[in-house]
Design a protein around this ligand. Structure first.
Ligand code: F0G
Length: 458
């Protein structure tokens, strides 16, 4: 067998990509207030904004859409969805929701409140927003290695267990309603969390009598990275590792738009029957009847199939190889990227890439705009624009810990030549990086500002 890892599929349906001239892209940027969320997708050549809901469905999933049972209650598709979730995750109560943040809203709506704290290895932006929307505090407890972007440690997504122990020990009774852990750790480089770390998280929570949940958005990629990186796991089937990840946890929240390889959908699953009943009562008011939860029957069918396909080992081998291919080529050419490569995305270190800019001049955001203008590639800033605090007095954004640019790779969508084009374009931009200007924010909304804020070059 050749050593080349090929895309383990062939292409049946194609969609043209958006070709534009540099002048058209400059005009588009200006019109969008330099916010890439505001650019029409037809003006994007390679869209690495997110891996969420952007995957290509398989022939089996498309066939599943036809089989979708649209009965209001008790649809066959619900039972196939429930069985897939029970088999893969091992939780008894399975509730469909329309996407990940709906599951977050239900859990934190029921359990978070002013004065309460929710620890997490690192909250994703919507998770943080849903905790904070209840008046509670979202506390990130990432492991120490994660702060060093160049460190090659294999499990930089891990929870800082000592900090978790200290936090739970110091908390007043009832102060911490639930502990979360996010696999893989999306806000911090897409790094995996080890099985050992998951197990210890459960142990600590049990000892303190506090429920713990997994944010399972990228559970399959996390399981495959465990297989490749954690001692003693290399020979085990990924499916077995995937299930092991959830052992001892009280439940999981999941956006099915990532490792469900579906275009929409989410999951709330738990072993806590009382919580499930409370969740169903909220669901029926805000999302839909408990056997469809805001989804069509065909969506449930696509997710049931996608969850299994995401655990296919030749798919995962290709998936992780293509992320590493992009990260390793850039790294070898001296481009500052977060090391090592994670599962779903490559993260450029915007602050190091544009080290002529002051962090207050939004280097991550400036790089995101420059990459679009130069090559029609859309990435996503994960830095000061997304997470920086606003100085109440001056209205200036205070720099976040890092200014990263995430290049998220949709599942089964782009081929190696697309990725080669991305590498080439970034190297060209790197060669003329000193010409890239800083940015300033000229308007922002109160919550989740990165989606709609407007900017201008300095
Ligand atoms: N949790 C994690 C770890 C996520 O990455 C996301 C979404 C969510 C929860 C929310 O799920 O979008 O279905 O409501 N992440 C996307 C991204 C948007 O681009 O990383 P959702």
């Amino acid at each position: 067998m050749s050593k080349t890892i090929i895309e383990p599929f062939r292409i049946k349906v194609v969609e043209p990509v958006g070709r534009t001239t540099p002048a058209e892209r400059r005009a588009a940027l200006q019109e969008a207030g330099y916010n890439l969320f505001m650019i029409p997708a037809e003006k994007i050549l390679i869209d690495l904004l997110t891996d969420s809901g952007t995957g290509a469905m398989s022939a089996e999933q498309w066939a599943g859409l036809s089989r979708g049972d649209e009965s209001y209650a008790g649809a066959r598709s619900f039972f196939r969805f429930r069985d897939a979730v029970q088999e893969i995750f091992g939780f008894e109560h399975v509730i469909p929701v329309h996407q990940g943040r709906a599951a977050e809203k239900i859990l934190f709506g029921l359990r978070a409140a002013p004065g309460k704290t929710v620890p997490n290895n690192t909250h994703f932006d919507t998770t943080r927003a849903n905790v904070e929307a209840q008046g509670a505090r979202a506390l990130d407890l990432p492991c120490a290695e994660s702060a060093d972007l160049r460190n090659e440690a294999p499990f930089k997504g891990n929870m800082d267990l000592d900090a978790l122990e200290r936090t739970l020990a110091a908390a007043a009774p009832g102060e911490i309603p639930v502990v979360m852990t996010t696999i893989t750790n999306n806000s911090l480089g897409g790094h995996p969390v080890s099985l050992a770390n998951l197990k210890s998280t459960v142990e600590i929570c049990r000892r303190h009598g506090i429920p713990c949940f997994v944010d399972a958005a990228r559970f399959a990629e996390n399981a495959y990275l465990i297989k490749r990186r954690e001692p003693g796991q290399g020979e085990r089937p990924v499916k077995e590792i995937a299930r092991d990840q959830f052992r001892g946890f009280d439940g999981c929240l999941m956006s099915a738009k990532k490792d469900g390889i579906a275009n929409i959908g989410g999951i709330f699953a738990t072993n806590d029957g009382d919580l499930a009943e409370e969740a169903r009562q909220v669901l029926v008011v805000t999302e839909g009847f408990p056997t469809y939860g805001g989804l069509a029957g065909r969506d449930l069918e696509a997710i049931a199939i996608g969850l299994h396909e995401a655990l296919d080992e030749s798919y995962l081998e290709y998936r992780l190889a293509s992320t590493a291919y992009l990260a390793d080529h850039l790294h070898a050419a001296g481009v500052p990227v977060v090391r090592p490569a994670g599962g779903h995305a490559v993260y450029l270190d915007g602050r190091a890439f544009l080290n002529h800019l002051d962090p207050a001049h939004l280097p991550g955001h400036a790089l995101t705009c420059a990459l679009y203008e130069h090559a029609g590639i859309r990435g996503c800033e994960i830095g000061t624009v997304m997470f920086g605090r606003l100085d109440e007095a001056t209205g200036e954004l205070l720099p976040a810990e890092h200014d990263l640019v995430r290049l998220a790779i949709p599942r089964r969508v782009y081929t190696q030549s697309h990725i080669d084009y991305v590498i080439e374009s970034i190297l060209e931009l790197f060669a003329k990086r000193e010409q890239i200007p800083g940015m300033k924010m000229v308007w922002s909304p109160r919550a989740l500002r990165h989606f709609t804020a407007r900017f201008a070059p300095r």
